[in-house]
Design a protein around this ligand. Structure first.
Ligand code: G6Q
Length: 568
């Protein structure tokens, strides 16, 4: 618990010591900008526009509203409810929001995360060895590559079996312990790149403080063959440290209680060498990263150690290459041809002008099973904010709720609402031409489905079409589809490590563009703090040993029922 408080206190200290957000140039409220107002009036003029008519009236629509980016990543946003004029107005809004200057500031290493007084440099994690990126007068690229080199040597030794456990056996199970940004990225990446992984090692991810997570993930593991990677930027997070301690007890129990075993079965990924040492992990087995890497932007840092062990250093580097290509595309391409910028602007249109409150991300690839969970954190923790950089309350919507799961499964479940429900649910469809498991006709069936969904959502089926099919009049309205439901389709050649890197960087930068336009800080997460503090207060109250708790009557009643339920 003491360690947990030190995390909170560290935040508070950072807050009081740092320069205030007032050093950021105060900006006119977004909704007072002429460009915003122009979009509002354009939106009212477009109110009755239907995608059916937009396509009929413009033979070149698909071509003019789609774009190819790095690695032949093709983004077709012509089934969004936009016209070339909408895009021009949105691009002017991006200019008026100072997007160019913000991108330059991020890539330059300026401390744009003003509420935590930190640079935002996940782009440095994939910068080539020859680049130079300065933070506080120091080039950070050499240290990035130093860590990558150490990770590579470590990954090779686990994969080859050269690394032996305490009893001399090779490692067969790698268990990542972490939560939030120290779990979602690695867990998602393992699934996404599963086709490229070593199949003679199992990879598991423990995050929840619910002991079930640990118990189920370790139940069939031999401690002599198990390696834990404890991932925690701060090395103080309640869930992670609880699980790490449980893992140490489990390992020591299974290995005869010799504490020397810890060095062979635990490695750490952290920025906090002191705490790693205090836990008992040799700092020689610690892989570092830096305060300018936000948790949810860290999957390509040492936090990705499990990914590198799984796919090997070469594939990991290929993935970093993909990230870097998208970084360069984002940094150097004019906004009108810039994938992350266009994707972000379409999202702004849907959220702020068409009133959409959610975004469904629907990959047609089973390997991207956890992609939307990962994106939930990336988007919602980054842009789920109600205060601008200037400290004012926003008067416009910010992040939509992001959700989804791989197609085709959702088609037989929640797509009903997307087709015929009352909320407007914009969708991102993601698909790949070449299958990783080319069996029979599966891929054609999969791709036919994603294309059919986007088509059905855009064009729907009119009442007269339904009637012409001979539907009974009383049934016809139930079978009518309004259409005009906006979707973007991202079609890539193949899910390779490089494609995967490009895809993640695409969404990272999209989030940044949207945060910039909304005028918020996409890189802090104060919203997660309050619940953590209150939990610390309740922990001793549950045991009954602490003085009688004093909460609101609801919380009080639930604490009492829990205590009674546990016989306390
Ligand atoms: C991410 C957040 C958060 C963080 C976790 C784990 O951007 O900061 O999800 O990653 O709270 O934190 P530690 O890595 O410090 O354990």
């Amino acid at each position: 618990m003491a360690t947990y408080f030190s995390k909170v206190q560290c935040y508070i200290a950072t807050m009081t010591n740092m320069q205030t957000a007032s050093s950021h140039a105060v900006r006119a409220p977004l909704n007072s900008l002429a460009q915003w107002k122009a979009l509002q009036s354009h939106c009212s003029q477009q109110a009755n526009a239907h995608l059916r008519d937009m396509f009929k009236g413009d033979a070149a629509r698909a071509k003019s509203l789609s774009i190819e980016g790095p690695g032949k990543m093709f983004m077709d946003y012509s089934k969004q409810r936009v016209t070339t004029q909408t895009m021009e107005l949105l691009l002017s809004l991006a200019d008026a929001s100072g997007l160019r200057a913000r991108i330059d500031a991020m890539f330059r290493g300026d401390k744009i995360n003003v509420t935590e007084d930190r640079a935002v440099l996940h782009i440095a994690l994939r910068a080539p060895r020859t680049s130079r990126i300065m933070v506080d007068g120091v080039d950070v690229v050499p240290s990035v590559h130093q860590v990558l080199d150490r990770m590579s040597a470590f990954a090779d030794s686990i994969r080859s079996g050269a690394w032996k456990g305490h009893t001399g056996k090779r490692i067969r199970n790698v268990i990542n312990i972490g939560i939030g940004g120290s779990d979602l990225g690695p867990a998602m990446a393992y699934d996404a790149l599963c086709a490229y992984t070593a199949r003679d090692i199992s990879f598991r991810f423990v995050s929840n403080v619910d002991a079930t997570d640990f118990a189920e993930k370790t139940r069939d593991c031999d401690p002599a063959e198990t390696l834990f990677i404890v991932c925690s930027k701060t090395f103080t997070t309640l869930e992670t440290m609880t699980n790490a301690n449980t893992a140490r007890d489990w390992a020591l129990k299974g290995l005869g209680g010799d504490v020397a075993a810890v060095a062979k079965h635990f490695v750490a990924v952290s920025t906090n060498a002191e705490k790693v040492k205090a836990f008992g992990i040799d700092t020689a087995n610690m892989f570092g990263f830096w305060d300018w890497v936000g948790g949810r932007y860290s999957m390509d840092s040492a936090i990705g150690l499990s990914t590198m062990v799984a796919v090997g250093p070469a594939a990991f580097k290929e993935m970093l290459g993909g990230f870097h290509e998208m970084d360069e595309h984002f940094r150097t391409t004019p906004f009108a041809k810039n994938l992350p910028v266009l994707m972000a602007l379409v999202g702004i249109w849907n959220t702020n002008f068409l009133g959409a409150q959610t975004l469904a991300v629907l990959p047609y690839d089973q390997y991207l099973d956890r992609f939307s969970s990962y994106l939930q954190q990336l988007e919602m923790e980054s842009n789920g904010k109600h205060v601008t950089l200037d400290g004012a309350r926003v008067q416009w919507s910010t992040c939509p709720a992001v959700w989804g799961q791989p197609g085709t499964n959702g088609q037989h479940a929640f797509y009903q609402m997307i087709h015929q429900g009352t909320p407007l649910v914009p969708c991102d469809f993601i698909a790949f031409c070449e299958p990783l498991n080319p069996i029979g006709k599966h891929q054609d069936l999969l791709i036919a489905n994603v294309l059919a969904q986007a088509e059905a959502l855009a064009f729907g089926k009119t009442l007269s079409e339904v009637e012409a099919e001979g539907s009974a009049p009383w049934l016809a309205q139930h079978r009518e589809f309004d259409g005009n439901r906006p979707t973007t389709t991202i079609l890539c050649p193949k899910l390779t490590p490089a494609t995967f890197g490009r895809l993640i960087a695409l969404y990272e930068h999209k989030v940044f563009v949207q945060g910039t336009i909304w005028g918020i800080n996409s890189f802090d997460q104060w919203g997660v703090e309050l619940g953590k503090v209150l939990a610390q207060r309740i922990i001793p109250e549950l045991s009954g040993a602490a003085p009688k708790p004093a909460h609101d009557s609801s919380t009080q009643q639930l604490i009492e029922r829990y205590r009674a339920g546990r016989g306390r």
